[in-house]
Design a protein around this ligand. Structure first.
Ligand SMILES: Nc1ncnc2c1ncn2[C@@H]1O[C@H](COP(=O)(O)OP(=O)(O)OP(=O)(O)O)[C@@H](O)[C@H]1O
Length: 984
């Protein structure tokens, strides 16, 4: 026995230091192989030479120690490593990985990753999680006590605290620690041990122990607390130990517990039809036997036989087409097998211990894949999950044939325990817990909350579970929308304004101002455009102008794919307010973009008919001289300036506008909620500062003079409508869905960035330049980095690219250049002075050079799909056919990039990305941080419920602007999201 313990400990410690399975400490080799694969087997700076000689030394050591034939063979091959092709290298390293004891090279890379993560976790937390380490070991024997399962659980101290190992970093310390820890575990009381061995039995044992003396619920969480917010200690029949366990796992209140939703339901009838090999089936049955069998000196297995009585639908359904009308029964015998390799698993006490977990006569729920055995009605299951059923549950499940809820495990709590306490929580609920008024429930065809909780946890059928889920998803969205709209209404003064706002959200599709109603200035700019607006652009301007004429501040998101022409729509909106005697501010995230927009607008204004009444526009960025800034600030304050284009400086406290009526925020997701909100404080307060020549002055009531400006946010990250609603539920949405005519799809290819790949790309670049095109070369970093040797850098490649394309001048553009340098680089590229621009991501947003016709993105695997689509949008903006090449240094990433070859439609890509990777990845870290958490809803599929929830929130607020009519709803809202400023 002692030997067994020792072996387990050695294994544990080996894991800790990552000594691989052949017993040799080859972690350096594993690390080197991982790096080599990650670098894409690059031949740079003698790396390959160094790597192959390192390999050689390791293999010769192996061979000298083991005389192993494989090692000898590899030793002969290693000399050719430096000149081998990539696939040969990969095959060779695969063989080395196998020799090291890994299943293949992927296994090695994965283990290395885990090792690194564990190491960095250790360093970060200064603590080692015992459970992680032992998750790999099926069980361990401690002294004379019974075996303790270590799959899901980890040893706890007498007081139920999780044991943790201080980050010693040294094996010896780990050894000492393990020894003392185990001594302390040995002192656990026998009842605690029982609970660790069999949680099902432990529950029963615990129920017989002292039940929590139920304090009056007022002492627990206040007598006025709604039942859902009461402490879980109010659940009848729960012991103090169970309460502690629940609280430690985050289930403090009844609501928390009820919001632990089943991950799925087992359909206990799916085994009634024909059963074939490979079917994944679910059964309820009774254990007939459980045996731990030693098959050889190093091999053992556990076989549990479960008998299940099922209705037989095979014969009747075939003949009559009916479902099991004749109550014919069939018996099925399941042989659940679990195999153990290694001599330590063949000890009798171990085998006795595992077989004793399953008692003859126990009712169980089993699911897994079946394989027919020779005898009829007997099936083998090797991958399965087994759960004990309580008598009552089994009764219900079989007689009523209800779906059986399966809960996600949480903090090691067994799902049968969770199911049990959830049942108890359901019993204390009453039917009037719903804060949503019944008329709204009826209007939107929703279950009431009591039925929803019962339906999700104890459904009679799957349709009921679905209805319950719909109601609970509805709640997630409803309170979010209600909170946002409530806050917006709070900010408005009069009832008319409030009704106007609610009406606007409800009927937004009808709201558009036709061109004749636009101000003369807007119409003049429209005529001056060198092109006609697309139908989508025209709709967008009409919708925005309709809003601008309302007495409530607009809060609108203008969305469209890259290059669809959002900027000109925003310019026209600005002209509309300037035409009415007000001011406009246009804020962009970079100086480069500010200059570009300023120049673009001025060129359009110059082309406008009639010199009279042209707006005065200024440019204000961090590089504007202080003298010039002072003049601009004064101009804005006095109303001499009509419009300002600039960066963050536009919201600085120093700036006062005389009559700011619209703030356009380009690439709005690059600004925080608070930054965006700053414009709201730029109220124009005094009608005296309006320009005297304003024609519409009389029409503007004094009340409007104190209004916050209209906000028009622009985003080129095409977010699907549902996601936009969740993120910016308080914003109206305008989408531009078409592209200007004449745009040709960008020919896109994703290639591996090896020598062949680069040669191919250089050839394509040559062809493009000869035919008069311009090329962007985009890099992930500015300068080479030792930590990231696989990444190519813009500055480092500048001279080699200049050398390769001697006949064409190259330019450089990156974030560390001064504003002026950047501006010059862009100007040279625009004018054709330079034909190749080596740049970093700085060009990602807004750079508009219509005749740029080719883009190459190096190390494209470093960018997200949405980001690559944005980058690609820098070409194909004119009439010339454009191409884009994504080069990946890792062959594995090429497949991911191929999705960009198939489509140039940002909305399609965003939707595909949303479905594949969920909203967090699509939006990126920064933006998804603003996304509310939806515990049950999935934005990618539940979008229609989100829209209904918005309508319901509008309906409720239309009936009672301040929710005074619905006190329960108001209380719930303030509980779910405090009614203060939302945002970051
Ligand atoms: N209706 C149109 N017809 C032809 N060309 C247009 C039209 N609308 C805009 N353009 C041109 O298309 C190019 C892209 O327009 P713009 O910069 O406004 O797009 P955007 O949507 O703001 O782009 P990004 O997403 O890259 O910021 C510009 O050169 C612009 O002059």
């Amino acid at each position: 026995m002692a030997q067994f313990v020792t072996e387990s400990l050695i294994q544990a410690c080996c894991r800790l230091k990552c000594i691989p399975r052949n017993g040799l400490n080859e972690s350096r080799l594993a690390s080197a192989i991982s790096l080599e694969v990650a670098s894409g087997y690059q031949n740079t700076f003698g790396r390959t030479m160094r790597f192959s000689s390192f390999l050689h030394s390791k293999l010769s050591k192996w061979y000298s120690r083991s005389d192993h034939l494989s090692a000898q063979k590899l030793l002969e091959e290693v000399n050719g490593y430096g000149t081998a092709s990539m696939s040969e290298r990969s095959k060779f390293l695969n063989k080395v990985s196998v020799l090291m004891g890994y299943s293949n090279i992927q296994d090695l890379i994965e283990q290395e990753r885990i090792r690194k993560e564990t190491e960095s976790d250790l360093i970060a937390n200064d603590e080692f999680d015992f459970s992680l380490n032992f998750a790999n070991f099926p069980c361990i024997k401690l002294g004379d006590s019974s075996f303790i399962e270590l799959y899901d659980e980890f040893p706890t101290t007498e007081h139920g605290e999780k044991l943790s190992l201080p980050n010693s970093g040294k094996l010896v310390e780990a050894w000492n620690w393990l020894r003392t820890s185990f001594t302390s575990i040995n002192t656990l009381s026998s009842s605690e041990e029982v609970s660790s061995i069999n949680p099902y039995h432990s529950q029963e044992a615990l129920v017989t122990k002292e039940i929590v003396s139920h304090k009056p619920s007022s002492e627990v969480s206040g007598s006025d607390a709604p039942i859902l917010d009461k402490n879980i200690r109010c659940l009848p029949g729960t012991t103090s130990r169970q309460c502690r366990q629940l609280e430690e796992s985050g289930f403090h209140t009844v609501r928390k517990l009820l919001h632990h939703f089943p991950r799925t339901y087992a359909d206990l009838q799916n085994a009634q039809g024909p059963i074939d090999d490979g079917h994944y089936l679910m059964f309820v049955g009774t254990i007939l036997s459980s045996k731990g069998i030693k098959a050889s000196s190093s091999f053992a297995f556990l076989e549990v036989v479960v008998a299940c009585e099922l209705l037989n639908c095979e014969s009747t359904s075939e003949v009559t087409g009916d479902n099991c009308d004749a109550e014919e029964k069939k018996m099925v015998y399941l042989h659940l097998k679990k195999f153990f390799r290694g001599s330590r698993f063949t000890y009798q006490p171990f085998l006795r211990s595992i077989e004793s977990k399953y008692k003859e006569g126990d009712h169980v729920y089993v699911s897994g894949k079946v394989k027919k055995m020779r005898s009829k009605g007997h099936y083998e299951m090797r991958e399965y999950s087994i759960d004990m059923l309580e008598e009552e549950e089994e009764h219900h499940a079989q007689l009523e044939r209800r779906p059986y809820p399966l809960y996600p495990s949480k903090a090691g709590l067994k799902q049968s325990f969770l199911g049990d306490v959830i049942s108890r929580a359901l019993k204390i609920l009453n039917s009037d817990i719903d804060p949503i008024p019944s008329e709204i429930l009826a209007e939107f065809n929703l279950l009431n909350l009591f039925d929803a909780y019962t339906g999700i946890h104890r459904p009679n059928n799957l349709a009921e579970a679905d209805l319950a889920r719909r109601r609970l998803i509805f709640d997630d969205f409803f309170y979010l929308q209600l909170g946002r709209l409530y806050q917006m209404l709070e900010a408005l003064g009069t009832r008319i304004e409030k009704e106007e706002l609610l009406g606007k959200y409800k009927l937004h599709e009808l709201n558009a101002a036709c061109v004749e109603d636009w101000s003369p200035l807007t119409q003049r700019l429209l005529k001056a455009l060198p092109y006609s607006l697309t139908p989508s652009q025209l709709n967008a301007v009409s919708e925005i102008i309709w809003d601008l004429k309302r007495p409530v501040p607009m809060n609108r998101l203008l969305q469209g794919d890259v290059g669809c022409g959002k900027t000109v729509v925003a310019f026209l909106a600005c002209m509309e307010v300037i035409g009415s005697g007000f001011q406009a501010a246009f804020m962009v995230p970079t100086e480069l973009l500010a200059i570009q927009h300023y120049e673009h607008l001025n060129s359009l204004l110059e082309g406008m008919e009639g010199g009279e009444g042209k707006p005065n526009v200024a440019l204000l960025t961090g590089s504007t001289s202080s003298r010039e800034s002072r003049i601009i600030l004064k101009g804005l304050q006095l109303g001499d300036l009509d419009m300002v284009v600039g960066t963050h400086s536009l919201i600085s406290e120093k700036i006062e506008y005389s009559a700011l009526r619209i703030a356009v925020i380009d690439e709005q997701h690059r600004f925080g909620v608070i930054q965006r909100g700053r414009f709201n404080s730029k109220l124009y307060s005094s009608p005296s500062c309006w320009k005297n020549d304003c024609t519409n002055l009389e029409e503007i009531s004094k009340e409007k003079a104190h209004m916050a400006p209209h906000i028009l946010a622009i985003s080129a990250t095409p977010i699907p409508r549902t996601l936009a609603l969740a993120l910016y539920g308080d914003m109206s949405l305008t989408q531009i869905t078409d592209l200007p005519p004449g745009r040709k799809p960008i020919e896109t290819s994703a290639l591996e960035g090896n020598e062949i790949g680069f040669e191919k790309v250089y050839q394509m670049m040559r062809e493009e330049l000869i035919s008069g095109g311009k090329v962007y070369l985009v890099y992930p970093i500015i300068q080479e980095s030792e930590q990231l040797p696989q990444l190519r850098a813009a500055t480092a490649d500048f001279s080699s690219i200049s050398g390769k394309f001697e006949d064409y001048k190259c330019g450089l553009l990156h974030g560390r250049m001064s504003g002026e340098e950047k501006e010059n680089a862009l100007r040279d590229f625009k004018s054709g002075g330079t034909r190749i621009l080596l740049a970093t991501q700085v060009i990602e947003i807004g750079v508009d050079i219509p005749d740029a016709s080719m883009m190459v993105v190096v190390n494209a695997e470093r960018f997200g799909i949405a980001q690559l689509h944005q980058l690609r949008g820098r070409v194909g903006r004119g009439e010339r056919k454009s191409r884009c090449v994504f080069l990946s240094s890792m062959s594995g990433s090429v497949a991911r990039l191929k999705v960009l070859e198939k489509s140039c439609d940002g909305f399609y890509l965003a939707n595909a990305d949303l479905l594949l990777r969920g909203p967090g990845n699509l939006l990126g870290k920064k933006q998804s941080g603003h996304l509310p958490e939806f515990p049950i809803a999935r934005l990618e599929i539940d979008g229609n419920i989100l829209q209904e929830a918005q309508l319901a929130a509008l309906e409720v607020l239309a009936r009672s602007h301040d929710l005074e009519l619905y006190p329960k709803l108001k209380a719930e809202l303030s509980m779910r999201q405090p009614l203060c400023i939302l945002g970051d």
